[in-house]
Design a binder for this molecule. Structure first.
Ligand code: HEM
Length: 197
């Protein structure tokens, strides 16, 4: 299980790292290939969830398709499912006295949009996350600790369970969210576990 979390964490970190490079993929007038970061060939395209993507070559297009097909994002149901989950999640969070005070002065429409973007990217969706990194997003929240993180995670688990998501997918999604704990709580990241000889 620890290994699974580590692998998922690394996948998440690499997603976050590539986010900036590919941010022009879907909409720029001179599009960049979302896979290679090179100039896209306007003749090599595909439409995913209503957005058209152009690629540097056929290999990049195939990789994009394979990555989506293998992604937790797509297995969970893509944009429609993530959007619905985030809506229900914040209904629960705002009703939860352990954590709702953190959101008193927050523009919740913006928050929901950012969370949809973040989770979509972290779960392997096609659009890179362009919001604040998790450390700066939470550093001004005084007194944030493990009990708050656990409450937020509990609300997400209850949301996915209520939406009847496959338990194995829930476990994988929770591992990805769990891997953000040190960043959200502004603690130094733990070093990776050395491989057993
Ligand atoms: C469980 C993992 C968490 C994830 C993945 C997460 C994700 C995010 C994201 C993506 C944003 C928006 C950043 C932006 O503006 O660009 C955000 C903001 C925020 N988060 Fe979290 N968060 C987590 C945990 C928590 C916890 C435990 C709390 C408090 C109980 C919390 C409270 C907030 C608040 C209040 C904001 C708005 C900050 C502001 O606009 O000044 N989050 N979070």
């Amino acid at each position: 299980m620890k290994r699974t979390i580590l692998v998922l964490s690394l996948a998440f970190c690499s997603l976050a790292a590539t986010a900036a490079d590919t941010s022009k993929g879907a909409e720029s007038t001179a599009p960049t290939c979302p896979v290679t970061g090179k100039a896209a060939n306007p003749a090599i395209t595909l439409v995913y969830e209503g957005n058209s993507y152009a690629f540097a070559d056929e290999t990049a297009k195939q990789k994009f398709s394979d990555d989506r097909a293998n992604s937790l994002y797509q297995k969970l149901g893509g944009k429609t499912a993530i959007d619905a989950a985030v809506e229900l999640f914040y209904v629960k969070v705002l009703a939860d006295k352990r954590v709702n005070h953190f959101f008193e002065d927050i523009n919740m429409n913006k928050q929901k949009r950012k969370q949809k973007e973040f989770l979509s990217a972290a779960l392997g969706g096609p659009i890179p996350y362009a919001g604040k990194d998790l450390r700066s997003a939470h550093e001004s929240l005084g007194g944030l600790n493990d009990s708050h993180f656990d409450a937020i995670a509990e609300n997400l688990l209850a949301t996915l369970t209520e939406l009847k998501v496959d338990p194995q997918l829930i476990e994988q999604a929770m591992a990805i969210v769990g891997s953000t704990r040190d960043a959200v709580l502004n603690r130094p990241a733990k070093p990776a576990t050395p491989a057993v000889p």
